[in-house]
Design a protein around this ligand. Structure first.
Ligand code: FEO
Ligand code: CA
Ligand code: CA
Ligand code: CA
Length: 593
């Protein structure tokens, strides 16, 4: 198509053309090149073997970079020549890591590899000169793997409650592992937040109480990792561990500067399928975290700390342990009859309106009738149901602009959006391509009222005529579908990465620039495209250095060990440590050259 050159920012590029979903290539704009910083299996420590896909072991994987990298940040030290890379490892793809087996001993051994391949990684990075691409450091002092066996401390009002006690942890304070780590955020005090998203899939569940059903719709007797078969805490039918699932579904906080620190799970921020959390400092110094619950017809939340940010890093590390939790109720300003489900704009020309943050806790205690504080924080979805929150189209990443304080909410899609549940904030039946909401706090960042409008109704304008790009001429935009992660560059432009384009618009997923101000507002332009069957995650935009970073998650997910559909990023190389026959989730940097 005809693309105009982008304006503003310090990362000039000509948008790439969308890439067909069968193409197994990583595609960048003219004048740019790419290379991985670190790949699944790369050793973090010199005691780790060089990766060999045919010689995987639990001990090796625990000291190698994990699988399915999702959240990503690149945090430079003041020198600009050293720093840390932090990434989540959301889940594993057993069918492309291994050939099939039915041998129980081998399945258990693989289960232990999966435990070590999930979680998070902290890896030191280095470069000779600022502005150059980075390399990772084997044996870096801050290198660390967090896995499904790492001990996390529960904080906040639900820590120690009966709802989170198990036979192995009668105190209800110490949880082994983190699960389903999806997106995240970096706090103003330099820690990393990570959302425990699809934790429910790691348990066999009775799912026989309302509280369980709200997180796991139907009973299950097995898991894809097989953990429930040999580790009793993953069998929630077991009376000793019926509460084990209540110990997952939180925002976790880790300190990437201190590899000996105990990572924490913050119950004050609620329990749901957390996509991630992004923090901004309010006018009065309290901190506000925005959070999505990634499920069809679930909710948008915000957390407001009790205490104010200070010069004491030690005190700041406690900010997310105490505060109040709110859930969003949206209202539209157009007549309901004008919200037709097709995406056609109402008569006032906008999907927009106002909204209210409904309190679930105040002064740290439940304000939801019939719920104790512990119940609000552990069965948060039930509490949010009770206050009439608005059912959204799968809230993914939610991030406040550091320039304006406006909040950008990626709603990835929702096949279950019905005519009966249409509302102006979720105005498309069966929402196939997703949308992005721009939310403006109207009573301060920590306040309880907001305004909102739909910035983008995603899709391929050639196919979905009612796609909408903040009024920008749609024949000039890159097709975009299923927004997932968002980020900002130094000029305040929004960047969006996607998860779901192949099955909805036929193109590989990618990363897109969206200016928010002036004549270019809404001008979606594609910067990169990931290989076949991968999702684009993490995006980190260091535009002033001409660097862009993404996590390439689940490349070749449609293939098998015997018949891979992607060979990213090694593409058959026979170099030491490369894999010729299988895809590897990797963190990639894009730079000029
Ligand atoms: Fe793990 Fe919500 O994507
Ligand atoms: Ca309207
Ligand atoms: Ca995600
Ligand atoms: Ca997603």
């Amino acid at each position: 198509g005809a693309f105009a050159r982008p304006s503003g920012g310090s990362l000039p590029f000509d948008p790439i053309a969308p890439v067909n979903r069968l193409v197994d290539e990583f595609t960048v704009p003219a004048g740019y090149t790419w290379r991985p910083i670190i790949r699944w299996g790369d050793p973090l420590f010199s005691n780790a073997p060089v990766f060999d896909i045919n010689a995987q072991s639990p001990a090796a994987q625990a000291v190698q970079f994990g699988y399915n990298c999702d959240y990503l940040d690149i945090v430079a030290d003041p020198s600009g020549k050293t720093g840390v890379l932090v990434s989540n490892h959301e889940y594993v793809n057993p069918e492309i890591m291994f050939a099939p087996t039915s041998d129980p001993a081998e399945l258990q051994r693989r289960g232990d590899i999966y435990k070590a391949a999930q979680g998070m990684s902290v890896v030191e990075i280095t470069r000779k000169h600022t502005g150059e691409p980075w390399s990772y450091v084997v044996d870096g002092k801050r290198n660390r793997r967090l896995t499904v066996e790492t001990v996390f401390e529960l904080t906040g009002p639900a820590a120690g409650s009966d709802l989170v006690k198990t036979a192995a942890d009668p105190e209800g304070r110490w949880v082994h592992g983190t699960l389903g780590n999806c997106a995240g955020g970096t706090t103003p005090w330099g820690t990393i937040l990570s959302g425990e998203e699809n934790f429910n899939g790691y348990f066999a569940w009775a799912a026989d109480t309302a509280a369980q059903k709200r997180y796991q719709a139907s009973p299950s007797t097995s898991t894809s990792t097989g953990w429930d078969k040999y580790d009793p805490r993953f069998d929630a039918h077991n009376a000793d561990y019926v509460n084990e699932p209540n110990r997952f579904g939180y925002i976790v906080e880790i300190d990437p500067q201190d590899p000996t620190s105990t990572p924490r799970k913050h119950t004050a921020m609620g329990r749901f399928k957390h996509e991630g959390a992004n923090v901004i400092v309010a006018e009065d110094g309290r901190v506000v975290a925005y959070m999505g619950d990634d499920e069809r017809n679930d909710y948008l939340y915000k957390f407001v700390s009790k205490n104010k940010i200070s010069g004491s890093r030690k005190k700041n590390l406690e900010l997310l342990s105490e505060g109040d939790l709110f859930v969003a109720k949206f209202s539209g300003n157009s007549p309901a009859g004008e919200i037709t489900g097709t995406g056609a704009l109402p008569a006032d020309g906008k999907f927009d309106g106002g909204g209210e943050w409904k309190a679930l806790t105040q002064n740290g205690e439940s304000v939801v009738p019939g719920f104790t504080t512990e119940e609000v924080l552990v069965y948060t979805r039930l509490a949010a149901d009770a206050v009439g929150a608005t059912k959204m189209d799968r809230p993914e990443d939610v991030e406040p602009s550091p320039k304006t304080g406006k909040v950008y909410l990626a709603l990835t899609n929702n096949s279950a959006r019905s005519v009966a549940t249409l509302n102006e904030a979720n105005p498309v039946t069966g929402n196939r391509y997703g949308h992005v909401v721009e939310l403006t706090e109207t009573a301060g960042q920590a306040g309880t009222t907001f305004g909102w409008s739909i910035l983008l109704l995603c899709g391929d304008p050639a196919v979905f005529a009612n796609s909408y790009f903040a009024g920008f001429p749609k024949e000039l935009v890159s097709p975009i579908s299923c927004p997932d992660n968002v980020a900002f560059d130094s000029a305040g432009n929004l960047w969006i990465s996607t998860d779901g384009a192949p099955s909805t618009i036929g193109y590989n997923d990618g990363l897109f620039l969206v200016p928010l101000e002036g004549a270019e507002r809404g001008h979606v332009q594609q910067f990169l495209s990931v290989p076949r069957e991968a999702e684009t995650c993490g995006p980190v935009i260091h535009d002033e250095e001409g660097l862009v970073f993404v996590a390439v998650q689940h490349p070749g997910e449609g293939g098998t060990f015997a018949a891979p559909t992607s060979l990213f990023p090694d593409y058959g190389s026979s170099a030491a440590g490369a894999v010729a026959t299988a895809p590897r989730p990797s963190v990639v940097q894009v730079y000029r050259g």
